[in-house]
Design a binder for this molecule. Sequence first.
Ligand code: NAD
Length: 295
Amino acid sequence: MKNITVIGAGAMGNGIAHVFAMNGYPVALADVSREALDKGLATIEKNLARMVAKEKISQEGQDATLKRISTFTDTAQAVREAALVVEAATENIELKLKLFKEIDQHAPKNAILATNTSSISITKIAAATQRPELVIGMHFMNPAPVMKLIEVIRGYATSDETTQAVMALSRKLGKVPVEANDYPGFISNRILMPMINEAIYALFESVAGVEEIDTVMKLGMAHPMGPLQLADFIGLDVCLSILNVLYEGFGNPKYAPCPLLVNMVAAGKRGVKSGEGFYSYGHGTKDLIVADAFK
Ligand code: NAD
């Protein structure tokens, strides 16, 4: 595999482009927004400079990596020579179905089409194309240049050859791929989201406060971050939407989102990105202050 196209230059897309380019692959990075592309490139440059400062890569390595990335605002043009497309656009099913139809029309017939979706069915996305056997989930974790795991998700029709190619490529990137079948939440969010939901229930039922819950999981279970702080980082709106995917996908009440989470999202408290969730971020994320409502 040579040419890689990454669709979407947001939080995940720029990190994924960074990983491929640093490993020697020419990358076409596409976004509907020129501003997002400029911001994405600036983020890649900043993150590479940090790696140079830490002596993880050389200055020449940084320059060569940046040179391998070209940017596009036109999807058809961006995928024309791709051996692999990794889609990391906004998490919206209608948008992804439309995008995959378009990518399918313009990418080479034997190109593998991967999606970085956190929660949308790979099988549904694959069905929007004429090549479902070549469609697969390639779920990078955030931040992509740092996190070792790639969850490789097989849709209903994904072939063994496609899966093996993506597993091998992930290893070439220095990552550890784990194969999963396409059921709601895959492995990662099926386990993580109920844990976060349970932590919110513990708060909702006054079992303990925000800091107590997070401290138990940090010091007692050796988690680097408590579940409520992690939920703030992921985005409370994103957590709610993934829980709804699990709830609807399995039809099992154990996945029902906690009413406190539903209320917080309705009130605009979305975590770090809105300045407040379970913690306040007015003074920067280094000084976590329990949000007023939870004191
Ligand atoms: P984001 O909002 O930061 O970026 C999405 C980008 O997609 C934006 O720049 C937007 O302009 C662009 N976009 C929208 N429509 C497009 C189109 N038709 N063509 C090209 N670009 C388009 O989102 P994100 O957090 O980077 O998430 C991207 C994907 O990665 C989602 O599917 C999400 O579920 C998944 N994901 C996110 C995380 C995370 O922690 N943020 C982790 C793993 C997976």
